[in-house]
Write a protein that binds this ligand. Structure first.
Ligand SMILES: *[C@@H]1O[C@H](CO)[C@@H](O)[C@H](O)[C@H]1NC(C)=O
Ligand SMILES: *[C@@H]1O[C@H](CO)[C@@H](O)[C@H](O)[C@H]1NC(C)=O
Ligand SMILES: *[C@@H]1O[C@H](CO)[C@@H](O)[C@H](O)[C@H]1NC(C)=O
Ligand SMILES: *[C@@H]1O[C@H](CO)[C@@H](O)[C@H](O)[C@H]1NC(C)=O
Ligand SMILES: *[C@@H]1O[C@H](CO)[C@@H](O)[C@H](O)[C@H]1NC(C)=O
Length: 397
């Protein structure tokens, strides 16, 4: 997998790869100093800070899109002045005898339509799909709180597209109002990456502030030997939904996605999301975090030597909002990406008693079980030994 960006120049489309998908974004700020403009092909992740407003997408098998007659995408003096076109190619065999003559035509009219349209992206950014599964479901909710925050008024959906990669089998997008599903935006039970179905919604469906948008994806990993994670590569997976909505003025952010159960809107916009100031937490000399590190340093040894006195300290430290639940997982995930500084030591101190604490918990459970049933089944013993071995192995790897 190779992914790249281009600005307005299309000449390098003659690169020798197969075209997989295009997406167009516009620079949301008034960028006068050519910030964000590339002089040639550059790696670009999924957009950039200056250029992250998706307004069009094309993918393998799609004929193109026409917007609903009530809305268009405004270009010119009062609209988009510069676009970035992102092209994804897939060439797993690294063949050099392919050439690409793809292109695109954008149609425009001087007759302004009554509304400005824009794309809203929803979905789950964290995927972990175990190998060998007939069916593995993942979901994500753009919550009531999120839509209250992102919408200054109702918006209407005119088009929608599900997006997963090759393991994707089923995907739906639902609008939930007052705990009740009021409509499916998409409902695809025979998803195919190579045959995307852009759904035209007529009459348009309304989303109001306080509604929820639920994305559900079903994957089949029967033929996979390894766990599949989320990522941009064709062999990675995605669970996203794209909706063309209007009026653009009522939508303050173009994405409403989650990382496990965490709202990314909240994580990126709040100063103290879920009670955890992430910036301060990663700074081990900050007064919020330093006492935690000191407690661990005074009672624990790093790299899985578990001291008896460490267990209680760990239990207490783990109650910190930055270390519990999905926020804790997110922090570890982020720490793994920036593997330097003192943070890995902090984590190794924190995790030094994991095996022992799990063992204690299991023995406790066994004892309780024994008291109530009067005997321990051999299966339970086996489970205990197996899970203990697994944890040991995980820590050794
Ligand atoms: C955008 O840039 C133009 C030209 O530099 C300037 O005249 C205009 O005031 C800017 N608009 C905003 C909203 O900053
Ligand atoms: C979703 O699609 C399936 C298969 O086409 C169909 O059986 C089901 O009724 C649909 N559900 C809704 C709510 O449209
Ligand atoms: C964290 O707290 C500091 C002040 O201690 C504040 O400046 C910052 O905006 C807060 N939030 C984030 C996400 O850094
Ligand atoms: C970390 O926190 C300390 C104490 O609040 C502060 O002086 C220092 O500037 C912070 N470091 C960074 C990199 O933000
Ligand atoms: C479970 O109960 C049996 C007898 O009922 C006893 O011999 C055994 O020691 C008990 N095990 C534990 C872990 O308490």
């Amino acid at each position: 997998m190779w992914s790249g960006c281009c600005t307005s120049r299309l000449s390098w489309l003659s690169f020798k790869y197969i075209i997989l998908s295009f997406s167009l974004s516009f620079l949301s700020k008034n960028v006068s100093d050519k910030q964000g403009e590339a002089s040639g092909p550059t790696a670009c992740e999924m957009g950039s800070v200056q250029c992250n407003t998706l307004f069009g997408a094309w993918t393998v098998g799609s004929a193109g899109q026409c917007l609903y007659h009530e809305a268009g995408i405004r270009i010119g003096q009062k609209g988009i002045k510069r676009v970035l076109m992102q092209v994804h190619w897939n060439n797993p065999e690294m063949r050099d005898d392919y050439s690409d003559s793809s292109g695109m035509t954008l149609h425009y009219t001087p007759k302004l339509r009554p509304n400005s349209a824009v794309m809203l992206m929803v979905g789950q950014w964290y995927l972990e799909i175990p190998p060998g599964r007939e069916r593995h479901a993942e979901s994500a909710v753009c919550s009531k709180e999120d839509t209250h925050r992102l919408l200054t008024g109702p918006i209407k959906i005119v088009r929608a597209l599900n997006h997963m990669h090759y393991l994707g089998r089923e995907e739906s997008l639902e609008i939930i109002r007052n705990e009740k599903r009021i409509a499916y935006v998409t409902n695809e039970t025979t998803y195919s990456y190579d045959r995307p179905k852009f759904v035209t919604i007529s009459p348009p469906l309304e989303i109001q502030p306080g509604d929820e948008i639920k994305t559900t994806c079903v994957f089949k990993s029967k033929n996979k030997k390894k766990t599949t994670f989320s990522g941009r590569g064709t062999s990675d997976e995605m669970c996203l939904g794209f909706m063309v909505v209007f009026p653009a003025e009522n939508l303050l952010s173009r994405t409403c996605a989650t990382w496990r159960s965490l709202s990314l809107t909240k994580l990126y916009r709040d100063l103290n999301p879920y009670g955890c100031n992430i910036t301060n937490f990663f700074n081990l000399s900050h007064p919020d975090t330093r006492p935690l590190l000191e407690k661990l340093e005074n009672n624990c040894k790093p790299f899985s030597i578990c001291l008896e006195e460490c267990k209680e300290v760990v239990k207490e430290v783990r109650k910190h909002p930055c270390l519990s639940g999905d926020v804790g997982k997110y922090i570890v995930h982020r720490a793994a990406q920036m593997f330097n500084g003192d943070f890995p030591r902090f984590l190794s101190l924190l995790q030094s008693c994991d095996v022992e604490m799990l063992k204690d918990k299991q023995v406790q459970r066994l004892t309780n079980n024994n008291e109530s049933s009067g005997s321990v089944s051999p299966r339970r013993h086996l489970e205990l030994i197996v899970s203990f071995l697994c944890v040991t192995l995980i820590l050794l790897i």
